[in-house]
Write a protein that binds this ligand. Structure first.
Ligand code: SF4
Length: 110
């Protein structure tokens, strides 16, 4: 006869198994926001977040630093320097967007 044993791992009611797969991270995205949503007349070329990676043979690939955790070792996460800036654009000088435009206005007035 089997005696009733206490449940050592009594955690209460258990959740049902998930029925749908977890949404995958946006691995097919190479930019944090749509190209063209950033400041006018700016491109990835002038953005501080643009960065270059190099293959073993020395070939250069441009990537967006903001998307680093989604980078692949293929072209899916490559960006082009000529793409219009997205809303995460930051001036390469290290200023914020606001500082960049305030300084540009000051320079224009001088
Ligand atoms: S504008 Fe800057 S933040 Fe946006 S995709 Fe290009 S490099 Fe990344």
């Amino acid at each position: 006869m089997i005696a009733s044993q206490p449940d050592l791992f009594d955690i209460g009611e258990r959740l049902s198994e998930p029925t749908e797969a977890e949404p995958r991270p946006p691995l097919d995205r190479c930019t944090p926001a749509l190209s063209g949503t950033g400041p006018e007349n700016q491109t990835c070329r002038s953005c501080k977040n643009k960065t270059a990676t190099f293959s073993g043979s020395g070939k250069r690939f441009l990537k967006c630093e903001v998307m680093r955790r989604h980078w692949t070792h293929g072209g899916a996460t490559d960006i082009k320097a000529r793409w219009d800036a997205c809303s995460h654009w930051r001036p390469a000088t290290g200023e914020t967007q606001t500082e960049f435009y305030e300084n540009a206005i000051v320079k224009r007035q001088v």
